[in-house]
Design a binder for this molecule. Structure first.
Ligand code: DX5
Ligand code: ZN
Length: 223
């Protein structure tokens, strides 16, 4: 029932050629585009805003998976819905009450997602059963691309799959040909990948290979 999905993260694309990078991803067979939004407060970096999402919405047909690394998701959900986000993910570690925000996203007809930092236990989101379409388990500390995969998160992905058997589980950070299958083995089915895909000599082949490996191990995870 779950589809393995591979989504390039625009953070790793050349900043002066984001439109071309979005189109290149779509042509390479990506299932969606991951767009990282950082506010310089929730994380110690700044990245993109709604205009980049608006640009991507015009440039490609594939879903736009928008990851809000911001302290006040309540301020920013509406502008990103307006800009054309297909899925909006925000962090459980913010001070905001998550349930009304998830409802706001769903009311707009989009997919609602919650994100957990590597150290955040799954218990933090158990009250959100029935309210989320996607759970993102970070496998690096958010803020920067190109970091090393934190393998200690793997048991949490497995527990997440047990607790949320009907929800898409995405994984973000440090994914490559070695780490992505490890996450798929635990039940992750959406892979958000920056450096590995944008540095690959052939993005299409890289996506195909990652998909084939993830599919091969994923079926065992949900049995
Ligand atoms: C990290 C971002 C990730 C990042 C992944 O804060 O949320 O989406 O772009 O990049 P790689 O795949 O290079 O770790
Ligand atoms: Zn991300």
């Amino acid at each position: 029932m779950f589809k393995i999905q591979i989504m390039p993260s625009l953070l790793a694309a050349p900043m002066g050629r984001l439109e071309e990078a979005a189109q290149r991803s779509e042509e390479a067979g990506a299932d969606g585009l991951h767009i990282d939004i950082m506010d310089g407060h929730f994380v110690r970096n700044l990245s993109m805003g709604p205009d980049v999402v608006r640009m991507a919405r015009k440039a490609v047909q594939i879903p736009l998976n928008v990851h809000l690394m911001v302290s006040r998701p309540d301020w920013y959900i509406e502008p990103f819905l307006q800009a054309g986000a297909s899925t909006v993910l925000f962090h459980i570690e913010t001070e905001c009450d998550p349930a009304p925000l998830l409802a706001q996203i769903r009311k707009a007809g989009r997919r609602a997602g919650i994100t957990l930092n590597p150290e955040t236990p799954l218990e933090a989101i158990l009250p959100l059963r029935g309210l989320v379409d996607e759970i993102l388990c970070m496998t690096v500390h958010p803020g920067f691309g190109g970091q090393k995969f934190i393998a200690e998160v793997l048991p949490k992905i497995a527990e997440c799959r047990r607790q949320f058997p009907d929800v898409d589980i995405s994984v973000d950070g440090g994914l490559d040909a070695q780490s992505a299958p490890l996450a798929a083995e635990q039940g992750g089915n959406i892979f958000l990948i920056g450096s590995t895909l944008f540095q690959a000599p052939d993005m299409k082949k890289a996506i195909q290979d990652l998909r084939t490996h993830a599919e091969a191990v994923f079926s065992k995870a949900i049995q």
